[in-house]
Every structure is written in structure tokens, then in C-alpha cells.
Design a protein around this ligand. Structure first.
Ligand code: GAR
Length: 196
């Protein structure tokens, strides 16, 4: 049985879909959820789904080896960043080489980099589409390996959806979330099959 650890910072709708997808499978399951925000809704969701859920602070993540050591004990086959907003520390990436993957809510390399997360991304996509209304526009999702730089690792999967002139940042966010729910769990399952 492959072991999945999820990192998430906020609402956690993706984390919930991933937990539910693997719940009845025999090849992999979510064993732990970790959050940088003790008040994040995702912690409540995880506990409601019977997943061990813990929060940590900057000190435990960056300055000491507390989170690293916790992960070594949990021994995940994949670490999934599902709406996780802090830069992932190099020491953890190196301790779990090729095992950390992230979802970005746009078609990288466009609309990526520092500060580009959540609604910031959809606002930028919406503004760009409105400023260039003569062209057809797309947004989407990028699932990629995590390296020490934001949004730079090898792409594992992309899917796109059209952005129309009637779209707002909110409707774009909704379209992107639907793509995430449709594809992220399956991409994790096939990543585990291929890479472990
Ligand atoms: C998701 O859309 C995810 O792609 C994005 O945050 C959202 C979290 O939603 N991640 C990033 O922006 C990372 N750069 P959720 O908490 O409901 O799953």
C-alpha cells in the first residue's frame, strides 16, 4: 500500500477529493495531512474523513527539522501539495527526491512564480483576457514536480479550459477547480504506479 501525505493551507477541497478517491483503493491511501495554518478548514475536513491532521509553524518547517523528521517517520511514497502556499524547503525536497508534486491553477509557465496563487492567478488571467479581447484565451491546471524554485519542476500533466469575455475571476476559479477535481487524484495514482 503506497502512502500519500498532503500539504494544504486553506479550504482543502482538493485534499478532500484526493482522500475520498483513495479511500476504497487497495494500492494507495492518504495517511496524513499537514497544514501551515492551524485554523485552516482543511484540518477539519481531514479529521472528518479520519485522516491524521496536524499543523506546524515556520520554525518547525524552516528552522528546525521537526516537520522533516515527522515525514521521515511517516515515510510517504508521494508528498502532494494541494493548495499549499509556503515555499517548500529544499531539505525536504532533497530528503524525498522526485516525490513531491504540486498543482498550480494555471497553464505554466504562464501565470506562475512568486505571489501567483489562488485568486491572484485567476484575477491575472481574467485581466489579461480582457486586455487582449481579440484573441481566444485558455487557462487550466499544471501538475508538476516540486523543485526549490516556485513552479519550475518537470510538468506531469496539464489540462486547459477556455476563458471567455464573460468570465470573472470567480467563474475562472470554478472552471479550474472542476479540472482539478477531475484530474488530480488520477494523476497522483498514475504517478505512484510509474515512480515507485
Ligand atoms: C487550488 O486551486 C490550487 O490549485 C491552488 O490553490 C487552490 C486551493 O483550493 N494552489 C495554488 O495556488 C498553489 N500555487 P482548495 O484548498 O479548495 O483545494
Amino acid at each position: 500500500m503506497k502512502r500519500i501525505v498532503i500539504f494544504a493551507s486553506g479550504n482543502g477541497t482538493n485534499a478532500q477529493r484526493i482522500v475520498e478517491y483513495f479511500k476504497d483503493r487497495t494500492d494507495a491511501r492518504v495517511v496524513q495531512l499537514l497544514s501551515n495554518n492551524p485554523r485552516a478548514k482543511v484540518l477539519e475536513r481531514a479529521r472528518g474523513l479520519d485522516i491524521s491532521a496536524l499543523s506546524f509553524n515556520r520554525q518547525a518547517f524552516y528552522k528546525t527539522d521537526d516537520v522533516l523528521n515527522l515525514l521521515k517517520t511517516t515515510a510517504p511514497d508521494v508528498i502532494v501539495l494541494a493548495g499549499f502556499l509556503w515555499l517548500f524547503p529544499e531539505k525536504i525536497i532533497h530528503a524525498f527526491p522526485n516525490k513531491v508534486i504540486n498543482i498550480h491553477p494555471a497553464l505554466l509557465p504562464d501565470f506562475g512564480g512568486k505571489g501567483m496563487y489562488g485568486m491572484n492567478v485567476h484575477e491575472a488571467v481574467s485581466a489579461f483576457a480582457k486586455a487582449h479581447s481579440e484573441q481566444k484565451h485558455y487557462t487550466g491546471i499544471t501538475i508538476h514536480k516540486v523543485t526549490p524554485e516556485y513552479d519550475k519542476g518537470e510538468y506531469l500533466f496539464q489540462a486547459k479550459v477556455e476563458v471567455t469575455q464573460n468570465d470573472t475571476p470567480e467563474t475562472i476559479a470554478e472552471k479550474v477547480h472542476q479540472l482539478e477535481y477531475a484530474h488530480f487524484p488520477e494523476v497522483i495514482a498514475s504517478f505512484l504506479k510509474k515512480n515507485n
